[in-house]
Design a protein around this ligand. Structure first.
Ligand code: FE2
Length: 209
């Protein structure tokens, strides 16, 4: 935790913890513990999916775990829309269907939701002078950019991917809308929605090439 953490406004601190919990949902981890062996299987099944990327995801958890050690994220409750979304992701992993996995996980979860959330966290960290936090988030942003490109390279059925994008995107918007009161302590809500919409359009363009 940064030394000046306690000097920033209470609602900003909570907003940062609330959004960070989306990246490390400690309170709900046991619900998705099956994801770990399943995603390991995915690593084994997909050529080029390096264990390094899997390791990076674990490192991201570790960053949030250690940064919030004194103010644990396990106390943060997330909306049911978030839980439903990850229940669906688990089903996608269970199906073993790579097109299902990459469209929900790489395209929407990482490519839209996480990218938006990480931007909001980085901006808040910079605005409030949270040096260590900002540094950690920037590192995660770099890793995620690679993961997203990797996922997009696995899309073989573009029609299916576009259909899934349109189907899953509203679920992502719902998660963000359900957190509105906490998120707008960090960034005006219309700006967050705009960021998501721009990313959705960019992904759509990438898929159409
Ligand atoms: Fe990732």
């Amino acid at each position: 935790m940064d030394l000046n953490w306690n000097q920033i406004p209470e609602e900003v601190r909570f907003g940062i913890r609330y959004l960070s919990a989306h990246f490390y949902p400690k309170r709900y981890m046991s619900r998705w513990s099956i994801l770990k062996p399943l995603s390991m299987k995915f690593v084994g099944n997909v050529r080029g999916y390096s264990p390094q990327q899997y390791q990076e995801e674990l490192d991201h958890f570790e960053f949030f775990e250690s940064y919030f050690r004194d103010d644990p994220l396990s106390e943060v409750e997330l909306p049911s829309s978030y839980i439903d979304f990850f229940d669906e992701l688990m089903k996608d992993f269970e199906s073993g269907d790579i097109q299902r996995i990459v469209t929900r996980f790489h395209l929407v979860t990482e490519g839209i939701l996480a990218t938006t959330g990480l931007n909001v966290l980085r901006n808040a960290g910079e605005r409030y002078g949270l040096t260590r936090f900002t540094q950690g988030i920037k590192h995660i942003i770099e890793d995620e950019a690679r993961h997203i490109n990797f996922g997009l390279s696995l899309v073989t059925d573009k029609t299916f991917a576009l259909r899934r994008l349109n189907e899953i995107y509203p679920q992502a918007v719902k998660i963000v809308s359900d957190g509105r009161k906490h998120l707008e302590a960090l960034t005006p809500f219309p700006d967050i929605v705009k960021m998501m919409e721009e990313l959705r359009r960019a992904r759509e363009v990438q898929l159409k090439i």
